[in-house]
Design a protein around this ligand. Structure first.
Ligand code: NAP
Ligand code: ZN
Ligand code: ZN
Length: 347
């Protein structure tokens, strides 16, 4: 019998999220039923709920930074048992057969991965995310949260964590590499922690000087305010890797000018307007402009294990579900230190 889980629902781009329910199927034979404990508020949830991106099908239950405990397993589930601590990230299924799925890059499935929300599952029904008290997911798309990680600070790792870990690993952040993170929000602060743990020299490029003390505590050696034009002169040609997490427009040329020979600017922030840049900014010093989208299942598990080994979790402010709309406004105003996490017991 399907159950009705408590949820917070976006019904239109302009209305506040409201308390409601979402139907959850019984776990199929390869599926896991998860009692959600905590869900992080990613800026992508806000972009979706508020209609910043196209093709949003309301009503939608957002949330893709999910941490919880297994409460039921299907007959053929082998990886998980009732009571296991688990996570679910940005996607809950993919074709499993294309070259990218086979390479463990399911987020780039050639047939399109099934997103945790605002997507259509293999059962033909809309998917609904983690702003709810439970979820049912195929075991192959469920992650194990190592014992050392508290569930509240682990939840944001399922999107913010992997979205930063993946480009840091793919562009070889480590000793001798100068890495800059633009924007110290949910993604950015995890990028600082992880890049520092990998042994890179880390610089934070933030709008103001307000977060400097925190950035240094999280592992940054250098910190510059991007509101000060002089920062760009001082830092010209400095970095091997820059990761941009800003959710608004940025001056791409200005940041490309901070790259050293063969350096790469990786975009992970997703502003709604197109970006522009001059060819010369790339031609000079053989610079690269790239993008990166989350990470696949194997790399997400690797990231969780890395975080457990290094004692890394998100800096979180746990809130009740009734505060979600206020939290959205505070995230947009860059007034979050550094991730809101909803206590799923309050849905
Ligand atoms: P967030 O917590 O709001 O952090 C973004 C940070 O960017 C802010 O804390 C702020 O940092 C800076 N910022 C915000 N507005 C700015 C402005 N107008 N000008 C300059 N800097 C500004 O958001 P998030 O959850 O980390 O997500 C960031 C972006 O990544 C969103 O667009 C989200 O949709 C996207 N995202 C992408 C992926 C992917 O796979 N590629 C995955 C998850 C999220 P400072 O105060 O330090 O400047
Ligand atoms: Zn996200
Ligand atoms: Zn595929």
């Amino acid at each position: 019998m399907p159950t009705l889980a408590k949820a917070y629902v976006a019904i239109s781009p302009t209305a506040p999220l409201e308390s409601g329910t979402v139907e959850r199927r019984d776990p199929g034979e390869c599926e896991v039923g998860i009692a959600i404990k905590f869900t992080g508020i990613c800026h992508s949830d806000i972009h979706t709920a508020r209609g910043d991106w196209t093709s949003i099908n309301y009503p939608v239950v957002v949330g893709h930074e999910i941490a919880g405990v297994v409460e039921a397993v299907g007959a053929k589930v082998t990886r998980y048992s009732v009571g296991d601590r688990v996570g679910v990230g940005c996607f809950v299924d993919s074709c499993r057969d294309c070259a990218n799925c086979r390479a463990g890059e399911e987020q780039h499935c050639l047939l399109g991965a099934v997103s945790t929300y605002n997507s259509v599952g293999r059962d033909g029904l809309p998917t609904a995310g983690g702003y709810s008290s439970s979820i049912v997911v195929d075991e192959n798309y469920v992650l194990r949260i190592p014992d050392g990680l508290p569930l509240d600070s682990a939840a944001p790792l399922l999107c913010a964590g992997i979205t930063m870990y993946s480009p840091l690993r793919n562009w070889n952040a480590g000793p001798g590499k100068r890495v800059a993170i633009i924007g110290m929000g949910g993604l950015g602060h995890m990028g600082v922690k992880m890049a520092a743990a990998m042994g890179a020299e880390v610089t934070v490029l933030s709008q103001s000087l307000k977060k400097e003390e925190d950035a240094r505590r999280l592992g940054a050696q250098h910190y510059y305010a991007t509101s000060d034009r002089a920062s760009f002169e001082v830092l010209a040609g400095r970095f091997d890797l820059i990761i941009n997490t800003v959710s608004a427009d940025i001056d791409v040329d200005q940041y490309l000018s901070l790259l050293a020979l063969d350096g790469t600017l990786v975009l992970v922030g997703l502003p709604s307007k197109p970006l522009t840049q001059r060819a010369w900014s790339l031609v000079a010093f053989r610079r690269n402009l790239a993008g990166s989208k989350m990470g696949g299942v194997p790399q997400t598990q690797e990231m969780l294990n890395f975080c457990a080994a290094h004692g890394l979790g998100a800096e979180v402010e746990v809130i009740q579900a009734s505060k979600i709309n206020d939290a959205f406004d505070r995230v947009i105003a860059s007034d979050v230190r550094y991730r809101f996490v909803i206590d799923a017991g309050t849905f």
